[in-house]
Design a protein around this ligand. Sequence first.
Ligand code: ZN
Ligand code: ZN
Length: 305
Amino acid sequence: MRCRKCGENAVIYISQHNIALCEQHFDDFFLDRVRKAIGKYRLFPKNAHILVAVSGGKDSLAIWDVLNRLGYRADGLHIDLGIGEYSMKSRDITESFASEKGYRLIVVDVRDYLEGFTVPLAAKKLRRATCSLCGLVKRYIMNRVGLEEGYDVLVTGHNMDDEAATLLGNIINWQVGYLTRQKPLLEKRHEKFIPKAKPLIYLTEREVAAYAIIRGINYVEEECPNAHGATSLEYKALLNELERKHPGTKHRFYHTFLGLNLSFDGVDTSRDVKLNSCEICGYPTTERVCAMCRVRERLSRLRGE
Ligand SMILES: [Zn+2]
Ligand SMILES: [Zn+2]
């Protein structure tokens, strides 16, 4: 395989564009795709103070690396979820990456928000699915820490495969409300809501992995042990199967959806949903007291038992 641009040995074949590229031209391509997402969806201005949610996986480390290379001011936020061995390794890898690059990293221990419990222990106490509690806690902490530390925008490492799989799930279950909110940029819609941006939406999982390997980024390869058997992984496998037979399917499926900018009669879109301020913590909620504060209240009562 030869590089389409220079004829040197290619290191990767990119099915969505039917081209092979050498290391240098793949790097150019990768940065270009990130620039394209930032420009097309006006994710953030050049002088924005960015906080990247960094799990220690390839996607978040790659976007953190790219944003700094492109000259953005991007710091990292790592949340230690207390999921045994997996969390210890994730924290370790994230901290090593930050110190090696000289990037500022904020580490938050989830126990500080969950009355001393880790995510798996809290889920067990509350008799609740670990992944849904984990998602709630992460969203709350990212938003709150981002605002408290004075950042303009929170960046996450969702890639095209993640977004296409989420889209497929939202369609199969006709989660119309989620469909209207599945966007590369969630704008500020409450004084205590930090905008959230996804600059990796033009890159597939495989391309992000190739970038991480070429850049010598050491990342956590394992999925979270709780994600094992998750439906989202099945959706990804299905889409990959289609992509193999019909190159470009994933890109068409997800990016055509974004282009359509669908709205549904009678369904609240992100602009319409009324957000109140939580009576306890002041952060946005559609209820009187936010889900996180309700979790904390229940956990503090369960503490004594
Ligand atoms: Zn080349
Ligand atoms: Zn609250």
